[in-house]
Write a protein that binds this ligand. Structure first.
Ligand SMILES: [Zn+2]
Length: 448
C-alpha cells in the first residue's frame, strides 16, 4: 500500500463532500468551488500511541526529517512519501514562559507562554506550511509557483522555491508591505510583481494567473500548507511537556493558522492523543476586523458546515459599497476578505473559540513589551498580547489559566514600525535614542 492511499482531499461543504486524490493540484473543489481539506485514513497510518513518543526523534536528529519541527511529527500529516518531503530546517522554535509579559497581561506568574515562530529560517510561521506545501509541489512535479502576500508568505515561498529548484512569482499590493519582508522576497530571487491595489486584489489576481498559466499556488488556500501549520500546536504541546494549554491566542488575518490549529486539535482528540481541546482566541486588528464583525455582530457560525453565505455576501457587499480598504500597522493581518473564513469558523466551533479586535496603539504597546522582556516580534504577533489583555479584563480568560500566544513573525520583519514607535514617542513604552554632544563628560552624565 502506498503512503498516498492514507491521505486524500475532501471538500469542506457537507452538501458536496467530493473527494480527490492527494496527488491532484486543485486548491478549490472543482464541483462546488468550496475549500478543500486534507483528510486521512488513520487506520492506514502508524500513529504513535502517545504524543511523547515523538520525543525519541531528538535522538536521531541527524536525519533531516527528524530534525525538522514539521516532519518530526510526520505521521500526523502523512500525505506524501518521505522522498518528496522538503525541509530547510524549519520549526526549531522556542516556547518561552514570560512572567514579565504575563504581568502586563494581568496573568499570574508561570501561566503565560510565548511561541516564537519568528525563529524559523525565513523569520515567520509560514515556513511550517511551506515545508508541507512544497513537498506536495515536488510530489506533483511543479516547476513554477506563485503567491499573493502581505509579506511573510512571499519571503517564505521565495526561500523554499529556490531551495527546491522552482521558479517563484510574488504578488504584492502597492505600499502595503513591510520592508523586511519585501527585502527577503527580492533577495531570495523571486520575481516580484507589485499590483496597484491591496492584498485582496492581489489574492484575486494570483488565483486567475495560476489557473491560466498552471503555476502552483502557495497561498493558504492551499490545503497542504495548513497541514504544516498544524505542527505549531504540536510544538507548543511538546514545549509544555506533552500537555495541552488552556488557551491558544493567535492573530487573525487570512485565518490559515487558526484553521490549521483547530484541525490539529480535532485530529489529536479523535486519535486519542489529547483528552481535551484547548480554547482558542483569535485577535483581529480594529482596522481589519472582518472575523470579529461576522462572528460577534452578525452571529455567523460554522453550523455543521452549512455556513450562512448570505451574511458573508452582505458583509462583503457593504465593504465594496463604501470602498473599504483594511488599514492597520499590523500589515500581516491587514486583510478584509479572509480566504480561510469557513475553516476558521469550524475551528472556532471545535475550540469553543472567541474573537476580539484591538486598536493599533495597543498592538504597538504590546509589541514593545514583548521586545523589552522577550525576544521581540512583528506587530501582528503582538495583537495576541493586546487581545489577551482584553480577555483578561472581561474575565473570559482566568488569571491562572495556562495560555500560549503564537508570535508569528520576527521583529526585524518590520523595522520601520519599531523605529518610528520609539523615535517618535508613539506609545507609553517608547525608548528613543538620546542625543548627546561629542563630549565625554556630557555623555557620562547621560548614562543611567
Ligand atoms: Zn465541493
Amino acid at each position: 500500500m502506498s503512503v498516498t492511499d492514507a491521505a486524500y482531499q475532501k471538500c469542506i461543504n457537507p452538501d458536496c463532500g467530493a473527494e480527490f486524490d492527494s496527488a491532484q493540484t486543485l486548491f478549490r473543489c472543482p464541483k462546488c468551488g468550496e475549500l478543500l481539506d486534507i483528510q486521512y485514513n488513520w487506520d492506514k497510518i502508524e500513529v504513535p500511541k502517545k504524543l511523547s513518543e515523538f520525543a525519541q526523534r531528538w535522538g536521531s536528529r541527524n536525519n533531516r526529517l527528524d530534525f525538522s519541527g514539521v516532519w518530526r511529527f510526520r505521521e500526523l500529516l502523512n500525505f506524501c512519501e518521505d522522498k518528496y518531503k522538503v525541509t530547510i530546517g524549519e520549526g526549531q522554535t522556542i516556547l518561552q514562559q514570560s512572567d514579565a509579559v504575563a504581568r502586563y497581561a494581568d496573568m499570574q506568574p508561570g501561566r503565560l507562554y510565548l511561541q516564537y515562530e519568528g525563529l524559523n529560517p525565513s523569520g515567520s510561521f509560514k515556513d511550517n506550511g511551506m515545508a508541507a506545501a512544497f513537498s506536495h509541489a515536488i510530489m506533483v512535479d511543479a516547476k513554477s509557483c506563485a503567491c499573493a502576500s502581505t509579506g511573510n508568505t512571499s519571503a517564505s515561498m521565495a526561500l523554499y522555491a529556490h531551495s527546491c529548484g522552482l521558479k517563484s512569482t510574488v504578488f504584492i499590493g502597492s505600499g502595503r508591505i513591510a520592508f523586511g519582508k519585501l527585502s527577503q522576497a527580492m533577495d531570495y530571487g523571486a520575481q516580484t510583481i507589485q499590483i496597484r491595489g491591496d492584498f485582496d486584489d492581489c489574492m484575486r489576481q494570483v488565483q486567475d494567473v495560476c489557473a491560466k498559466l498552471g503555476l502552483y499556488l502557495l497561498n493558504s488556500l492551499n490545503p497542504f500548507r495548513l497541514e504544516g501549520q498544524k505542527t505549531i500546536m504540536y510544538r507548543i504541546i511538546e514545549g509544555l511537556g506533552w500537555e495541552v494549554p488552556d488557551w491558544i491566542v493567535v492573530p487573525g488575518g487570512n485565518l490559515g493558522n487558526s484553521s490549521a490549529f483547530g484541525k490539529a486539535f480535532y485530529e489529536l482528540n479523535q486519535l486519542g492523543l489529547i483528552e481535551r481541546i484547548p480554547r482558542m482566541a483569535i485577535i483581529n486588528a480594529t482596522g481589519a476586523s472582518t472575523l470579529f464583525d461576522l462572528v460577534n455582530d452578525k452571529k455567523l457560525t460554522w453550523n455543521n458546515g452549512r455556513v450562512n453565505r448570505k451574511i458573508i455576501d452582505d458583509y462583503y457587499a457593504g465593504l465594496t459599497a463604501r470602498n473599504f480598504s483594511p488599514h492597520t500597522c499590523a500589515s500581516a493581518i491587514e486583510i478584509s476578505r479572509p480566504v480561510n473564513l469557513k475553516k476558521c469558523l469550524r475551528a472556532i466551533d471545535v475550540t469553543k473559540g472567541v474573537v476580539r479586535k484591538v486598536p493599533d496603539e495597543e498592538i504597538l504597546d504590546a509589541k514593545a513589551i514583548v521586545g523589552k522582556y522577550g525576544l521581540g516580534c512583528e506587530p501582528a504577533s503582538a495583537a495576541t498580547i493586546a487581545g489577551l489583555r482584553h480577555l483578561r479584563a472581561e474575565g473570559i480568560i482566568g488569571t491562572d489559566e495556562k495560555v500560549a500566544c503564537v508570535l508569528t513573525g520576527h521583529p526585524l520583519k518590520d523595522p520601520n514600525i519599531t523605529v518610528n514607535y520609539h523615535k517618535d514617542r508613539q506609545g507609553q513604552f517608547s525608548n528613543p535614542p538620546i542625543e548627546a554632544p561629542n563630549d565625554l563628560d556630557e555623555i557620562i552624565k547621560l548614562i543611567k
